[in-house]
Design a protein around this ligand. Sequence first.
Ligand SMILES: Nc1ncnc2c1ncn2[C@@H]1O[C@H](COP(=O)(O)OP(=O)(O)OP(=O)(O)O)[C@@H](O)[C@H]1O
Ligand SMILES: [Mg+2]
Length: 271
Amino acid sequence: MPDATDGRRLVAGEVFVSFAGVGVTYGSGAGRVPALEGISLDFAAGDFVCVVGPSGCGKTTLMQSLAGFLKPSSGTVSIDGRPVDGPGADRGVVFQQPALFPWLTVGGNAGFGPMLRGESRAARAETVEQHLRTVGLWEFRDRYPYELSGGMQQRLAIVRALVNKPKILLMDEPFGALDALTREKMQEELHTVWRRTGMTVLLITHSVEEAVYLGTDVVVMSARPGRIVERIAAPFARREGERSSRETKSLPAFVALRERVLSLIWQSAET
Ligand SMILES: Nc1ncnc2c1ncn2[C@@H]1O[C@H](COP(=O)(O)OP(=O)(O)OP(=O)(O)O)[C@@H](O)[C@H]1O
Ligand SMILES: [Mg+2]
């Protein structure tokens, strides 16, 4: 068994993403906010890591340090042995609030990354159509972001990250604004994309059920300053097509794991 407070349990050759002793402190003097402390967490290529923890515990901060948007105050974040020193095309990011270009249509937003990469117009049109159809936005391709609901905007933000075929997909509570039905549908779509591409995913979610269902690993964080309380291997993500999502989510083993993660969050919020 790995040490409960240690997210590093892989042998060296398997490590793809590594947080080594990462701490992040915002501000200085009296306004100092220690957001993360002593985060050590390794994961392999193809892992689907779900991060859960109380609000304000530093989940977004953790993701931003891997995205390259902020430099940790201590420790190192590395990908494939190379320290992260800024954003890169190998990482696709979906923010907590959808970040879209308001002056571009839905189709324009979806095709923006492939256009930057110089993909031909025909190839781009095909990729965009396929992805917009998958998330149910094809009929809205000529609309502008302000004409979409919050959930539709978030679906478009997910498409925008996926069309770039990133090696690592970073998602910050991407389904929070979706209704229950669409949320389940999007979980399935994300799962399919993950299985087909072998992409590595870091998903932050407030839904413990979602984390246990989608993740190969569930990382539970403590209240601020965020530390890793426990990293739990979850078996359900790699079981393909055996049963429907509702069936899986009502399995006794699933319910037991969900309850275990929930009680860890409650305990960590109280301490
Ligand atoms: N740019 C910033 N400047 C100062 N403090 C910040 C900044 N960003 C975040 N913080 C603080 O750091 C802590 C962690 O914030 P973070 O956004 O990472 O939490 P979170 O776990 O993502 O929360 P939530 O679940 O509500 O999204 C919070 O106390 C927050 O107030
Ligand atoms: Mg957050």
